[in-house]
Design a protein around this ligand. Sequence first.
Ligand SMILES: [Zn+2]
Length: 279
Amino acid sequence: MVVLPRFLYIFQSIPICIPQLYFKKLDSIISSFIWAGKVPRISKKHLFKDKMNGGLSLPNFKLYYLAAHLNIFSFWRGCIPGIDLTEQPSWLLIEHLSCQRSCLPALLNSPTKIKNTVYKKNPIIQNSLKVWNQFLLLTRAPKMYLDTPICDNHAFFLDSVLAVKSYTKVAISTYYKVLLGVSSPSSHLFRVQWQEELGIEITEERWQDCIKNIYNSSINARHVLIQFRVVHRLHLSPSKMNKIYSNVSYLCAKCLNDPGTLSHVFLQCQKLQVFWDSI
Ligand SMILES: [Zn+2]
């Protein structure tokens, strides 16, 4: 998407706390474009998922915004007292010198609310801490305490997140993938619905094949989209249309004999048997 680098540039260059309302408005504009102003048929969280996990890799701007800030926090994390900052960016030195009787990594790990006098009321640090709290809320990360154990501690997953080298080109995309993994919904519901309709058990391994085959099935983008809609049950079958509009027939439009469920219109209809037998 061409607009993503423009947003990323702003997210990285202007360290401000953007209100949640802004991202909601942005999402509603994009959603309105995708669904042509109609009611969305699937949660946008499924569209945000990457292609190998059955999504459409639609950019989640809020997560990119958080990922850009995680890159800043990665710099903060290495800014321990006594470290030589001559090779570090100048903005880091300014923020480091703003801390009184504290340091930037300590601000990140504070289990209690921090008084703004600790960092000389530096508005940049104040905004960054607000974004850090948004990240903690999203990941439901627990607060750290002085007596927290080092071994066998689920809270230390943050270490692996922030261990990415902040100066590398792939840092933000790596953070984005981690955040996407935390916030992406499961496609288990669609699997259950297909199992109930087909009357068979779909193993996890087979379902994952279905998800991966959405993009492996064709190099044609239009065909891939059709496959996405089939797996996510987005097509309006005659049965589904009949539940919305009672004047629409629930029968299959081809054979006019059986209920037009998704499994029937795509697989079981007698009019399709010649086609399926030839494959
Ligand atoms: Zn039929």
